[in-house]
Design a protein around this ligand. Structure first.
Ligand code: VG1
Ligand code: CO
Length: 543
């Protein structure tokens, strides 16, 4: 088998976003595009000779081809061993778990997460470092710089290898170990949670519906929930992973997880509903007739984590992304533990977790996780909730209402305007930014602005600074308004507007969320002229 050195030229637009490089499949299939980026990963990370890497993806369209290309390139770049999930499958948290367990140098994860899949939709690739987490900016910047000047890549001239059988094969001078994608992950979950108690919960008749959305958590949830924890067959729905996710977006929100929402709001609703996304790192939780806002879920987990064996000694601290509501801050203040506010994207939690400053973190976008891996983890969150429910023997609604009575309620919602004209979106943000210095002290709809800025973050561990992370406007009442442009979309720009209002009075806790937030919604449009500038009368997704 010979190593071929193939001449190539730099491609524009290989800049990784919030979570790796995400583009249309058709872009990835252009000659040399994927290869370019992969070579830049190997060169940007460096020292591949002798390395062990983990490789797998969410099974979406182009996963199979990409895995083969990456294996051949790894062999040509001197990688010693590649550990690949069977059939090229690994959820994002399971990949993170494997990197840590094997003390690998890092891993390559193929996914566009919640974005749709199929020939006309999205594909993605990201590099995770030796801590199991998304590569920090120093690495992604180095990779990006190389994409601007790459002139050749190396690939082994070989036939595809069969990834359907667990075992070990060689490819040129490289070993390829094909592993069960679930095994190590399941072991870790067993260490963290009281499987016996959760098993008993199911035995006593507790009913759960887990929507795998035809994505990667199908095999994980079927194995752990149904086979290991004894939940009845049929607990997991849409369990079979499909290359196009059955034509849906594997995004657990009220629009794309409609089926689950309908079940949970029906007369025969089970006790709990949950769903994950394309690559298995997100989660949503629903009770009977109730949706738990992800920001609230984070707060509830922070307040109850000690009920699970893996967290019985309490938490070192918590962290949330800036747009995530302040509900978890209230729990941290009560417990007396530190609470950090980071930019959007899991990579910003890495240093805090590695330094032991926090043990739990989360994002409003349906991501929660802990120091057990270095990614958010969908099924982990479901198991954590199950463990808490098994201990407390209350319904989800009861737990939520009790939580709000103790801490007050942070009404919260995110409004997304998808695929809007990029220039219009950038101008909207620029004009808002220009307005910021004049806002403090002004009153809109009875809400007085106490501060307005563009979020800038200084990492408390390595001192690195990340700026322009979203416009935040804080009001005297505790309400808050945040504007950001998405870094994961592949079409035009996606404007995200994050709305929050604090309500201490239990008499108002049953308000409908959009009603509770009405004044902030009105202000959001007044300040940014969203309707006028984007031509949209309403958001595409309200979550
Ligand atoms: C979105 C979410 C962010 C999340 C990111 C990756 O990013 O808002 O919280 O970390 O997706 O999640 P953005 O830039 O589009 O707002 V996933 O599940 O795609 O790995
Ligand atoms: Co995801």
């Amino acid at each position: 088998m010979t190593i071929r050195e193939i001449a190539t030229t730099p491609f524009p637009g290989q800049k990784p976003g919030t979570s790796g490089l995400r583009k249309k499949v058709r872009q990835f299939k252009e000659p040399h595009y994927l290869e370019n980026f992969v070579q830049c990963i190997f060169d940007g990370v460096g020292d591949m000779e002798g390395a062990t890497l983990v490789l797998g993806g969410d099974g979406r369209y182009y996963n199979r081809e990409a895995v083969q290309i990456i294996l051949k390139m790894a062999a040509a770049n001197g990688v010693t061993k590649m550990v690949v999930g069977q059939n090229g499958i690994l959820s994002t948290p399971a990949a993170s778990c494997l990197i840590r367990k094997l003390e690998a140098k890092g891993g390559i994860i193929l996914s566009a997460s919640h974005n749709p899949g199929g020939p006309n939709y999205d594909f993605g690739i990201k590099y995770n470092a030796d801590n199991g987490g998304p590569a920090p900016e120093t690495i992604t910047d180095a990779i990006y710089a190389l994409t601007q000047k790459i002139s050749q890549y190396r690939i082994l001239d070989a036939t595809d290898i069969d990834l359907s059988e667990i075992g070990e094969v060689s490819l040129g001078g490289m070993r390829v170990e094909i592993v069960d994608p679930v095994r190590e992950y399941r072991r870790l979950m067993k260490e963290l949670f009281d499987f016996k108690k959760i098993k008993k919960l199911f035995k006593d008749g507790f009913r759960l519906r887990f929507d795998a959305m035809h994505a990667v958590t199908g095999p994980y949830s079927t194995d752990i929930l149904e086979r290991k924890l004894g939940a009845p067959k049929g607990t997991v729905i849409n369990a079979e992973p499909l290359e196009d996710f059955g034509g849906h977006h594997p995004d657990p929100n009220p629009v794309h997880a409609r089926e689950l929402f309908d079940i949970m709001f029906s007369d025969d609703a089970p006790d709990m509903g949950a769903a994950s996304d394309g690559d298995g790192d997100r989660n949503i939780i629903l009770g009977r007739g109730m949706y738990v806002a992800p920001s609230d879920s984070l707060a509830v987990l922070a307040a109850n984590a000690h009920l699970a064996p893996g967290y019985k000694d309490g938490l070192a601290g918590v962290a949330r992304s800036m747009p995530t509501s302040g509900a978890v801050d209230r729990v941290a203040a009560e417990v007396g533990m530190p609470c950090f506010e980071t930019p959007t994207g899991w990579k910003y939690f890495g240093n805090l977790l590695d330094a032991g400053k926090v043990s739990l973190c989360g994002e409003e976008s349906a991501g929660t996780g802990s120091d057990h891996v270095r990614e958010k983890d969908g099924l982990w969150a479901v198991l954590m909730w199950l463990n808490i429910l098994a201990e407390r023997q209350e319904s989800i609604a009861e737990i939520m209402r009790a939580h709000w009575r103790t801490y007050g309620r942070n009404f919260y919602s995110r409004h997304d305007y998808e695929a809007v004209d990029s220039d219009a979106a950038n101008k909207l943000m620029d004009d808002l930014r220009a307005k910021l210095p004049t806002l403090t002290g002004q009153t809109f709809e009875g809400e007085t602005v106490t501060s307005a800025d563009d979020f800038s973050y200084t990492d408390p561990v390595d001192g690195s600074v990340t700026s322009k992370q979203g416009i935040r406007i804080q009001f005297e009442s505790g309400a808050r308004l945040v504007y950001r442009l998405s870094g994961t979309g592949t079409e035009g720009a996606t404007l995200r507007v994050y709305l929050e209002r604090y309500e201490a009075n239990p008499a108002n806790h049953e308000l409908e969320t959009q009603v509770a937030l009405q004044s902030i919604i009105t202000i959001a449009d007044q300040l940014a002229e969203i309707g006028k500038r984007t031509g949209r009368v309403e958001p595409d997704v309200i979550s």
